[in-house]
Each structure stands twice: as structure tokens, then as C-alpha cells.
Design a binder for this molecule. Structure first.
Ligand code: ZN
Length: 160
């Protein structure tokens, strides 16, 4: 019985140590916190039934995502650039697939639903791009990723 308990503890420690911090791109795709790459930036899934909700701060290292009031206003420009790129690619794809240049409605009928469907994607990734690559002074810092930095938070979590 005792050996089993020891093994369990060993496994627990192993799991803790073996958290592999994802690379920059993988972390961005998973919308992880840009500083610790562990906490999620968003609550819930991209295409869930609930409205998209961004966490105010990182659940792991408590980094405040909105760097200053109105910071995500800037992400609208990123979102705009993403929209333009998507519209162009969809227009090109429509042309390649149908070879039709006469019927403008065909293009409206493909571009607008596609942009609508992609809007949660744009909302999420415009903010990810902003925080990962357009925010000076915000970088991955390994110390915030460690379990020990979460120690005090863990205690408050069990109390609540
Ligand atoms: Zn974090």
C-alpha cells in the first residue's frame, strides 16, 4: 500500500515538472498568456454558445491583459487587416473555383457569410497578435511559468 502512495506522489511531481511550455507560435495559436504561456487569455471556447469573454488577467501569472484603458482599441486595426486579407483570399478562391467574373452577387454571397463566420476567430486572434507581437516590453518570461510562482494563488484558491 505504501509503495503505491509513493508512486502516486512521484507521478504528481513528474506531471508538475513535465509541463512543457509551448513555443511562441503554438502558445499564440492556443491563445495562452504571452508572459507565462500557461494561463488562458479567453474563458470558454472560440465557437461556444456563450459570448466570447476575455479574462481580465492571466489565471496563472495574473498579468493584466488590457495594458492600459482602451488598449484593445488598437486590436481593431489588426482585426481590420485580417478581414481584408480574408476577403481577398475568399474572392480569389471563389474565382479559382468558379471562374466566374460576371456575377458580383456570387462574390457577396461567399465573402460576407465567410467573414461573419470568421469574426470570432478575428476577435480572438487580433488580440493575440496585439499582445504577442505588437506590444513592446511584453515577452515570455520563464519565471512566471513555474509552478512555484503560483504558490500563494494556490492557497487562496483552496480557501475560496
Ligand atoms: Zn500568464
Amino acid at each position: 500500500m505504501r509503495t503505491i502512495e509513493i508512486d502516486k506522489n512521484k507521478l504528481k511531481n513528474m506531471n508538475k515538472q513535465e509541463y512543457k511550455v509551448p513555443g511562441e507560435f503554438a502558445a499564440a495559436v492556443q491563445a495562452k498568456c504571452p508572459r507565462c504561456r500557461r494561463g488562458d487569455m479567453f474563458a470558454g471556447s472560440m465557437y461556444g454558445l456563450k459570448l466570447q469573454k476575455m479574462n481580465v488577467s492571466c489565471p496563472h501569472c495574473s498579468l493584466k491583459f488590457e495594458r492600459e484603458p482602451g488598449y484593445f482599441y488598437v486590436s481593431m486595426f489588426v482585426s481590420y487587416a485580417m478581414n481584408v486579407a480574408e476577403m481577398i483570399s475568399i474572392a480569389v478562391a471563389t474565382y479559382v473555383l468558379t471562374n466566374n467574373l460576371e456575377n458580383m452577387w456570387l462574390y457577396f454571397a461567399t465573402i460576407f457569410p465567410a467573414v461573419f463566420i470568421l469574426s470570432p476567430f478575428n476577435y480572438r486572434y487580433s488580440r493575440v497578435v496585439l499582445l504577442y507581437w505588437l506590444t513592446p516590453g511584453l515577452h515570455y518570461s520563464p519565471e512566471t511559468s513555474r509552478d512555484s510562482s503560483n504558490g500563494s494563488e494556490g492557497i487562496t484558491d483552496t480557501r475560496n
